[in-house]
Design a binder for this molecule. Structure first.
Ligand SMILES: C[S@@+](CC[C@H](N)C(=O)[O-])C[C@H]1O[C@@H](n2cnc3c(N)ncnc32)[C@H](O)[C@@H]1O
Length: 225
C-alpha cells in the first residue's frame, strides 16, 4: 500500500516536472521570437542611416523596438498629419514613413542642421516628408489647435519644455508619444528628476488615455480623447 502510494507521488512529481520544463521551453521560444529583430522588417533606408549615425557618434537615435511601435501607430493614421519633434539623423523618421500610407504627411523638426542633414540625404526624396530646421518650441507655437494625428515628441520642446503647446495640437483620437523614460547612464545631470514629473503630468491629464509601456527605452502612448 505504502509502496503504491510512493510510486503514485513519484509519477505525479515527474509529470509536474515535465510540464514545468515544457512551459519554460515555450516561454523561452516566445521571448526569443518577440525579440527577433527580423520579425519587424526594418525600413530599407535604416541600415545606411544607422551606419552614418554611428560614424558621427550620435547616440540619441531611437532603437528598433521604438521604431517598430512608431511604425505600427503611424500605419493606423491613413491620410494623417504626423509630426516628429527632434529629427536627429532620421532613424525614427524612417520608421514612421515606412508605416504611413501614400496620402499621409510627416513634418520633422530639428534645431541642428548637422543632424537633420543625414535625414535629408537618405529620406529627403520622399515627398510625404517635410524637414523643418527650427527650434521645436517656436514651431509648436505656430501650429493650430488639434491639427496633428500623431506627435512623436523626441526633443526637449514638446516634452520637457512647452508641453502644453504640444498637447493642444493633438487631434481627438490622435497620439502623443514619448520615449526614453527608463533611466539611462547617458542621461545628463538633472534629467532623471524631470522624467517622473513628465509621467505624472501625462497620467493626470484627463484629456488623454495613456498606455505606459515598459518597452524599448520606456514609452508612453497617450491618446487624445
Ligand atoms: C533624441 S534626438 C532625436 C532622435 C530621433 N527622433 C530618432 O528617433 O532617431 C533629439 C534631437 O532633438 C534636437 N533638438 C535639441 N533641441 C532642440 C530644439 N530646441 N528644437 C528642435 N530640436 C531640438 C537635437 O538636435 C537632436 O537631434
Amino acid at each position: 500500500m505504502i509502496a503504491s502510494s510512493l510510486a503514485h507521488d513519484w509519477r505525479a512529481t515527474a509529470l509536474q516536472f515535465r510540464f514545468a520544463l515544457f512551459t519554460m521551453g515555450m516561454m523561452k521560444l516566445a521571448i526569443k521570437g518577440l525579440r527577433d529583430p527580423d520579425l519587424v522588417h526594418p525600413p530599407a533606408a535604416l541600415a545606411a542611416i544607422e551606419a552614418r549615425t554611428r560614424a558621427m557618434g550620435f547616440d540619441l537615435a531611437s532603437e528598433t523596438r521604438t521604431g517598430a511601435l512608431l511604425r505600427a501607430l503611424a500605419a493606423s493614421k491613413p491620410g494623417g498629419r504626423l509630426l516628429e519633434l527632434g529629427t536627429g539623423t532620421g532613424v525614427a523618421t524612417a520608421w514612421i514613413l515606412s508605416g504611413m500610407d501614400a496620402h499621409a504627411t510627416l513634418t520633422s523638426v530639428d534645431i541642428s542642421s548637422a543632424h537633420q542633414h543625414v535625414a535629408r540625404e537618405f529620406l529627403g526624396h520622399d515627398t510625404r516628408l517635410t524637414l523643418v530646421l527650427e527650434d521645436g518650441h517656436q514651431f509648436l507655437k505656430r501650429q493650430p489647435e488639434a491639427s496633428y494625428d500623431f506627435v512623436f515628441a523626441d526633443a526637449m520642446p514638446g516634452k520637457y519644455e512647452g508641453m502644453e503647446d504640444c498637447l493642444r495640437i493633438v487631434k481627438h483620437g490622435g497620439f502623443y508619444i514619448v520615449d526614453d523614460l527608463i533611466p539611462q547612464v547617458k542621461w545628463p545631470e538633472g534629467h532623471a528628476e524631470k522624467v517622473p514629473v513628465l509621467i505624472e503630468h501625462l497620467a493626470g491629464d484627463g484629456r488623454f488615455a495613456i498606455a505606459p509601456l515598459y518597452w524599448a527605452t520606456g514609452v508612453i502612448v497617450a491618446v487624445r480623447r
